[in-house]
Design a protein around this ligand. Structure first.
Ligand code: IPM
Ligand code: MN
Length: 355
């Protein structure tokens, strides 16, 4: 019997629907070649629905999502909706409620892609950031008192439990082992200032590493220094693991070194549940509906989705398609400068991925 998957699709806002359509085009093509069956169910969560109905995410949504093997998301964020409402109410809510506690963000420069880093190429820029995705300041603990007075106080707390830290670190060690490159995992933190939270991270890192992953070399970098090395010596890195907000910040830097938001893909992973895959860029409202946005990040997210589902051959096809389209057809990764339209990029990748 053919392997069959059910995928929840949340195209979302702005250019989300356009890039997701190309990802689905590629997914359908490679799955048919590889003998996989995929059913797609589309959900209209996003800014338009919110403006129309006042509803951010229906109460039934999370349970609905749990019925699928994975979620494929376009982009969340609408120019007519105050920042935070949709991001917290849809994207972060799904990450939290589905306990997608790892955010996997590879930083990989493909051949023929321009990087702003001088004298660096695909051999130097190829590492993975594992961003903790369930804790830190993203838990939203805190508040404001005496708002609007000169004595106003705002608190936003960075919260981590041993349980959260440990499960993320174990995932990172295992990932590093499976990746099987330099077998080096670097913890990225700020032990010199965050003397509570990173004391916990650092102790857990060494305890778990020493006991259960003696084959993996351990390194530590401060997050500020990491930004410097990501520009100057990205070839040092194999796998980096870090807390939620540090991971958010450094992966935008990583993305630009691999060619920008047009290609950067991410996965919100629950290793024992339902994971969600998304391009890490935003909804790019100004390019909406013009058929000029780059769909490669969404297509690469679809690749990651297949890898996570264990469909390595189909995933490898997508990567092959992306690499070949970059080599032969795509002039630039920037929206409107690709030399091809959004749909044409999807067509090219499909053609090469199924060849
Ligand atoms: C990301 C985004 C989100 C985050 C926003 C939209 C809430 O920046 O996925 O990196 O901060 O995690
Ligand atoms: Mn971000």
């Amino acid at each position: 019997m053919a392997r069959a998957y059910s995928i929840a699709v949340v195209p979302g806002d702005g250019t989300g629907p356009e890039v997701v359509a190309e990802g689905i085009k590629v997914l359908k093509a490679v799955s048919s070649v590889e003998g996989i069956k995929i059913d797609f169910t589309t959900y209209d969560f996003g800014g338009e629905r919110y403006l129309r109905t006042g509803e951010v995410l229906p109460d039934t949504a999370i349970n609905e999502m749990k019925k699928h093997h994975a979620i494929y998301l376009g982009a969340i964020g609408h120019p007519d909706v105050k920042p935070g409402i949709l991001e917290k109410g849809i994207l972060l809510k799904m990450r939290f409620e589905l306990d997608q506690y790892v955010n996997l963000r590879p930083v990989k420069l493909y051949p023929n892609v321009e990087t702003p880093l001088k004298d660096k190429g695909p051999d130097q820029i190829d590492y993975v950031v594992i961003r903790e995705n369930s804790g830190g300041v993203y838990t939203g603990a805190g508040g404001i008192t005496m708002k609007g007075t000169p004595n106003e106080v705002a608190v936003q707390e960075m919260i981590y439990t041993r349980f959260q830290v440990e499960r993320c670190l174990r995932y990172a060690f295992e990932y590093t082992r499976k990746r099987n490159r330099k077998k080096t995992l670097a913890l990225v933190g700020k032990t010199n200032v965050l003397t509570y939270v990173f004391d916990l991270w650092e102790r857990a890192f060494h305890e778990i590493g020493e006991k259960d992953f003696p084959d993996i070399k351990r390194e530590y970098f401060h997050v500020d220094a990491t930004c410097m090395w990501m520009v100057k010596n990205p070839e040092w890195f194999d796998v980096l693991v870090t807390e939620n907000m540090f991971g958010d910040i450094i992966t935008d830097l990583g993305a630009i070194t691999q060619g920008g938001m047009g290609i950067a893909a991410g996965g919100n992973i629950n290793p024992v549940g339902v994971s969600m895959f998304e391009p890490i860029g935003g909804s790019a409202p100004k390019y909406t509906g013009m058929n000029i946005i780059n769909p490669l990040a969404a297509i690469a997210s679809a690749q990651m989705m297949l890898e996570t589902l264990g469909e390595d051959a189909a995933a490898a096809r997508i990567e092959k398609g992306i690499i070949k389209a970059l080599q032969k057809d795509i002039k630039s990764l920037a929206a409107g400068k690709m030399g091809l339209s959004t749909t044409q990029v999807g067509d090219k990748v499909t053609q090469y991925a199924t060849a």
